[in-house]
Design a protein around this ligand. Structure first.
Ligand SMILES: C[S@@+](CC[C@H](N)C(=O)[O-])C[C@H]1O[C@@H](n2cnc3c(N)ncnc32)[C@H](O)[C@@H]1O
Length: 190
């Protein structure tokens, strides 16, 4: 993400956060506990959504230095001093095998260089009993008008929005990486 993109990110996202994203994030994170890793934590929009559980140990991974700076500032302001910040990319997570109980991704599978590489790494660092929680924007149905526009605008959008892809088939990528999807809810952003 560019310096400018980072400065504008929270402002650009505000309306969507208020309309639905915050609520979806909070309900998804209710069950998070134990060692929890958030990948691509950005400016820290999720920090206050994690449940207050003494057993929850939070790790936030953010490889982009501009985003990470904002993340660290937000963490300081929140008083959450025991959160660990990692700077590796999702494709090379700096953690042992079978380490985390939960991994959370929010609007990240659209932006990583290699969704397959990132998901393989997530599987590696998750305990066999661990869970991946995801909240992602994805490709519309093939052949739909929305999908045609996603395909047309994809290159330009990626350039503006920090490598974000509009047309990734993330659910397929997740199952191809060997995850079994227990629950999935598809929503349109109001
Ligand atoms: C659209 S932002 C989402 C930020 C935050 N998760 C949220 O929900 O507001 C995408 C984030 O993914 C990060 N990202 C991009 N490529 C990544 C990679 N290979 N590994 C980990 N994070 C990555 C970006 O730096 C950015 O912070």
């Amino acid at each position: 993400m560019s310096f400018l993109g980072t400065c504008l990110y929270d402002r650009v996202m505000k309306a969507s956060e208020t309309a639905c994203l915050s609520q979806w994030r909070e309900s998804l994170l209710t069950e998070a506990d134990g060692k929890v890793l958030e990948i691509g934590a950005g400016t820290g929009a999720s920090i206050d959504s994690y449940p207050e559980k003494p057993s929850l140990e939070l790790y936030l991974l953010e490889p982009d230095r501009h985003m990470r700076k904002k993340l660290v500032e937000r963490l300081k302001g929140s008083g959450k001093n025991d959160v660990k910040v990692l700077d590796s990319a999702a494709e090379h997570i700096d953690a042992k095998n079978d380490f985390f109980d939960y991994v959370f991704v929010s609007l990240v599978c659209c932006s990583v260089d290699s969704p397959a590489g990132a998901l393989k790494e997530i599987k590696r660092v998750l305990k066999p009993s661990g869970k991946l929680i995801f909240r992602e924007h994805v490709a519309a149905q093939p052949g739909s008008d929305r999908r045609k526009w996603q395909d047309r605008l994809n290159g330009m959008w990626g350039f503006i929005a920090g490598n974000c892809h509009l047309n990734r088939e993330t659910e397929k990528e997740i199952t191809e990486a060997g995850f079994v999807i227990q629950t999935i809810q598809r929503e349109s952003m109001p």
